[in-house]
Structures are given as C-alpha cells and as structure tokens.
Design a binder for this molecule. Sequence first.
Ligand code: PLP
Length: 406
Amino acid sequence: MGEEPACGWVYVDNAATTALSEPARAAMEPFLGVAGNRTDGPEVPLFGNPSGSHRIAREATRALDEARERVAEALGCAPGEVVFTSGGTEADNLAVTGGLPVREGRPVCSAVEHPAVLGVTRALGGDLVAVDRTGRVDLDALAEVLDLAARTHGGVSVVSVMTANNELGTINDIDAVAAVVAEHSPGTPLHTDAVQAAPWLDLAEVAGSAQLVSVSAHKLGGPKGTGALVVRSGTTVRPLLHGGGQERNRRGGTHDVAGIVGFAAALGEAVAEREARCRRVAALRDDLRSRLVSIDGVSLTLGDSDAPVLPGHLHVLVEGVVGEELLLLLEQRRICASAASSCSSGASAPSHVLGAIGAEANLAPLRLSLGSSSGPADVRAVAEGLEWALRRVGDRGADGARRRVT
Ligand code: PLP
C-alpha cells in the first residue's frame, strides 16, 4: 500500500462499505448495458434474463451458475445452498422469518445484532440474549432463554447470533453457540450474520455449524445491493419475496446478474488474499491502537480484554466531546470514520451495542475500520487528526477544559 492516502481522503469506515474492487468491476462490466445491436460487444449479448430459455437467456444463466459455484466454494457450501439476495439486510430478514408464512415459534437473537436481525426479531415478538462486556453472546444466558421459551411459548423458530459485531468487531464462537442450541432447543436452526466477518474469516471454518449464514457483497469489494443467504440442505426457507420461483423458490425476482457476478469476483479475491491482508491490516490496526491510547482522553472500548476481534476493527471512547462533533472535526482533516454503525440515522442515535456492553455513555464512541486500501499514512493521519481534534475542542472551552458531554 502507498505511503500517502491515495485519494486525499483517509477512509477508515470500511465496516460501513468498501470501494468496488478491480476484479469485481472488470467482471461486471460486460453485463452492464452492452446493447444487443452493438457490433463490438460479445458474440452473444449479456443482458439476458437467466429465467428464460433462449440463447441470450442461457448466456445469463451460465454467468449466474458460474458465480454461484464461486460463491459456494468461497463460503464452503454446495451451490444449491446459496440463495442470492439484495444484500445482508434481506438475507437476515429471510433467515429470521424463514420466509412467508413465518416459521412457528419465536426467534431469539443476541442483544447486539444488526438492526436487520434485531428489528425483525422484535417484530415477531422474539427474545434478546445478553452479551458480555466485549459484545460476545453470553452462552449461559442463551441456554436460559431457550429453556424458558420451550416452557412458555412453544419453542424457538430460529437462533441468530452474529459471527462478528459490526461496531466492535468482536467474534463469537459459533460452534459453541451451535452446541448450546443443539442441547437446549434441538432442531432449531442457527443463523449467523457473517456480513462483517466475510472479508476476514474463513466462513467454512467459523460459521460451518450454522444452518443459515448471511453475507453482503459491498463489505468485501463487491457492489452494493447484492448478497446471499446460505441455507444448508435440510433447512427450509420459504420465499419472503414471492415472484417467479427464482432461487429454487426461495427468493422471487429477476436476478441482478451483473451484481452477482461482481459479488463472486470480489469474494474470490477476498478469499485468495485473505491471509496476507489479515496480517497486514492487523499490524496497521495494532499500530493505530498503540498511537491512540497514548492520547489523553482516549480509551479502548474493549479495555484490556483479549476477546478475538476482526483485523480491521478498532473501537475507542473519547472523553470531552460529542460523537458527531468529533466526526465533523475529523472530516475537516479529510478523515472519514463513524461513531457507531452506519445506518440511515447516521451518528446521532445512541448505539444499542454500546448500551448492551455497559459502555460509559458520557464518552464519544469512535469506530475506526481499516480495509484492504489502508496503509501506514492512514494510521498516522488518524492519530494526528484525533490529537488535533481534541486540542480544538479543548481550546474552545471557556476555562480551557474540554466540554463534557452530559
Ligand atoms: N449485518 C451486518 C452485521 C452489517 O454490518 C450490515 C451492514 O451494515 C448488514 C447486516 C446489512 O447489509 P446490507 O448493507 O448489505 O443490507
């Protein structure tokens, strides 16, 4: 990676989204609007609808099948177990509901799930399970919730525990979660939202014991609006979107062939480069962490915990400044970070994740997430930018003290 940030911006919000990778862009290009009457396009135009049967449709089917095989290989499942969706949100909703009509029983999820899981769990009257101080699900609490659900409301339709948390980056032990589910609610499918984990971890290894696994293309160099739900054979999912019977009747709607092809290319590259990228980015993150903790007023949200964390994630709490103000100051230095997760509410909504781990509410949360384009210059810029921002806040205080958030 270059010594200086390539685009003049310091982008440390890779957990929100990543730039389209070159292999993904190149793979998608032929599928993006080459008109059928052009003479300089491919011999058979690539705008076909894979649900059709003529030659142009079959070309699209071929691309879709190849992409499905690549995605399945990368995720460690069979091609028929991949259901393409419009992204992580749809995959989560499909997994938790089980489609329409929704599965019997009520869903259970951890208290720090992404709103795509949390919202639908709440809408279905489900139960939340407490997490520990690092955001990992409390296995004893999970067992209790499952036992109680079996006694009081006819069982559990699905258990959903994310592979890695989007704000903190902490990684759950999905095998251990699966063992608790098997003991306390046998037969209940386990879903894991692996949207954040997919760029960094081998999902065949870490999410292999879950029956349902969500991934999203745009977190790993693919296009926005594409993702997948792995539905292992033996687990039933009906469509949430009813339509033309696509995806073996599990998700209706004409396929976004370009997006799916780009997703497969990005995922293939992410897997091929995973080991080296994890090592390089974790070293940058560790450097950033040691620089930030030496700044007065900055503390690690996870304290001195040795819980496993994704290589690109660093979450800190900053004293004496409001979260939004801190982000605006950093942006003046062309640094793009985030306060919590990146939802439509932006930075202003208090984080349910920080609430669930009992983080000090008076401190400003700052999530810094490095990615494949991050380099040493980004690390230096963030450390200097944060020091500068805190000096600015301090200088503005009437008596020289920083403004406290109450
Ligand atoms: N799950 C997690 C953990 C996420 O971080 C996100 C995105 O922020 C999603 C689900 C939603 O994915 P998508 O943006 O593809 O709908």
